[in-house]
Design a protein around this ligand. Structure first.
Ligand code: FPP
Length: 267
């Protein structure tokens, strides 16, 4: 199980956003945890008569922009869907390109992550990756582990169903070993065995690229996330587009099953 994230204690309260003021947005709620499906790299490239891989390369630039904007806005955790359990189905050349791109980006970005106080963590089944990538991930995690401004979680070879399945496997192992009894299993015990039990669930779930689906991303953890779909392809999703998404979130009423009046009065 992953270690607790320094400045984020285990947080299980219902409404976990914060209210901040900024120069042009007075007292808007800022999501503590944002999750993004970075879709549209391929289409961005094809529209420019470029190979799909050029779109992924351009996507790295957007990652940098959105990470730094997140720090500026006071987001505490950002989870990016970089490579799904299903992305292995893509042409081998594109998969290899993406894996090489990750290796290169990890090496190139560590300095910048440190300058911005960003800690990196990769979630997903990393043992399926080439050793070079596994080393790169471990090194980047180690080099950024004391940073506290924000946690950047990159989901790689990740799938929501995979996450739920591995949690179920851990629960079954604990039951077989006598550490828990089947009747003890509740939502808390279950979610403690998911990939990031130390973080609040994502408050805001963004998908770029114009499609409106979750695509096996954070299935359990996004139960009460606010969904936001952008028509922009990921390489075009810039700081202004992101601030628009954050502002949209800031105006939403989160009810968590309550009535609107109850939600208004909730602490
Ligand atoms: C989806 O677009 C995007 C991906 C499968 C890869 C995402 C990777 C990056 C943004 C680059 C690197 C990331 C990090 C964290 C270093 P798509 O190819 O499915 O686009 P399409 O729907 O237009 O085909």
């Amino acid at each position: 199980m992953s270690r607790p994230y320094g400045c984020l204690a285990v947080y299980r309260a219902l409404n976990n956003d914060r209210i901040v003021s900024s120069a042009n947005q007075s007292r808007l709620r800022v999501p503590r945890h944002v999750a993004i499906v970075m879709d549209g790299n391929g289409r961005w490239a094809v529209r420019r008569r470029l190979p799909r891989t050029a779109g992924h390369r351009a996507g790295v630039k957007s990652v940098r922009t959105i990470v730094e904007e997140s720090v500026r806005q006071g987001v505490e955790a950002l989870t990016l869907f970089a490579f799904s359990s299903e992305n292995w189905r893509r042409p081998k050349s594109e998969v290899n390109f993406l894996l090489e791109l990750f290796v290169g980006a990890l090496r190139a970005e560590v300095k910048r992550l440190n300058e911005n106080g960003v800690r990196l963590r990769v979630i997903g089944e990393r043992s399926a990756f080439p050793e070079k990538l596994q080393w790169g991930i471990a090194e980047a995690e180690e080099a950024t582990k004391t940073n506290e401004a924000m946690l950047l979680q990159v989901a790689a070879n990740y799938g929501g169903r995979w996450d739920i399945t591995q949690a179920a496997r851990r629960l079954a192992a604990d039951a077989r070993a006598g550490r828990i009894a089947p009747e003890d299993v509740d939502e808390r015990l279950f979610s403690d065995r998911l990939s990031f039990p130390d973080l609040p669930d994502p408050d805001l779930f963004i998908r770029t690229g114009g499609e409106q689906r979750i695509s096996n991303f954070l299935l359990w953890q996004s139960a009460y996330s606010e969904l936001y779909f952008s028509e922009l392809m990921w390489p075009d999703f810039d700081g202004a587009a992101y601030r628009e998404a954050l502002a949209d979130f800031g105006h939403r009423q989160r009810r968590f099953g309550m009535t609107g009046d109850q939600a208004d009065q909730a602490p």
